[in-house]
Design a protein around this ligand. Sequence first.
Ligand SMILES: [Zn+2]
Length: 309
Amino acid sequence: MNHNCVYMGAALARYGFGAAHPFGTDRMDAFAREFKIRKLDRFWRVNPPRPTTPEALMLFHGAEYIQRLQDASRDGKGFLDDGDTPAFQGILEASLTVAGTVIHAADQLMAGECRHAFVPIAGLHHARRDSAAGFCAINDCGIVIEHLKKHHGLERIAYVDIDAHHGDGVFYAFEDDPAVIFVDFHEDGRFLYPGTGDASESGRGAAAGLKLNVPLPPRATDELFEKLWPAAERFLHRHDIQFCILQAGADSIAGDPITSMRLTPAIHARVAMSLSKLPCQRLLMLGGGGYNRDNLARAWNNMLRALSP
Ligand SMILES: [Zn+2]
């Protein structure tokens, strides 16, 4: 059995907003070039993207929002939100490819077909159930969590997020859901979009105490991250996790054009290695943000290298 699968292809790269936008359509190729240089196809089976249908989006999103997305995808004009997330013709199809690919990867992991899976263009963690936000037309993280609950009956899913931005679209959707064990390291919301993720936000109701938000000061380095990570590791090991999702945003690395964190690409490998040791042995990694192309290529390929035999 090949323990690792990565998803690549032109249809996945289509999710992006053109050359003038930080989230361009060239991000997947930036990753893929470095993957090829490092010859990681020796250890990672390359799968094509897998589109799904609008019904799958409704695992997480409301029908009214999907209709709006469908209309925006036809017209291709204006913004889906207040100005961060432009509509383009085909944005629905591109979103269906992201969501379908992430669902496919989760199913492969559940079937034991692979133990680690990576989808570079995915991890759109800001979209809410009824709206787009922060470059995210849909929330594939939320969709796959609902899929794992509904179609695989899972009750303890870890969602770990090391993107510089707080994963608000995931956090608030599952704030009171005890099935989602949430860990999010991000640049302090007082200094960076979306402004949320205070350490006091630790879950509500049946999920009280099941969410760990770790805001880091601007210019935070590996040293601080390393100091705080072991507590997150212990937190995860306390909860008998059945499946682990890592949103591996590379915008937390020094030199990103839109954040001011100063981690190095070594952190992504460090975190992936740590999560791969959870007893469940199912790790789904999603690219997330990252707008410096060299950074995302290094961080994501470092993760894959670290998980290679
Ligand atoms: Zn981000």
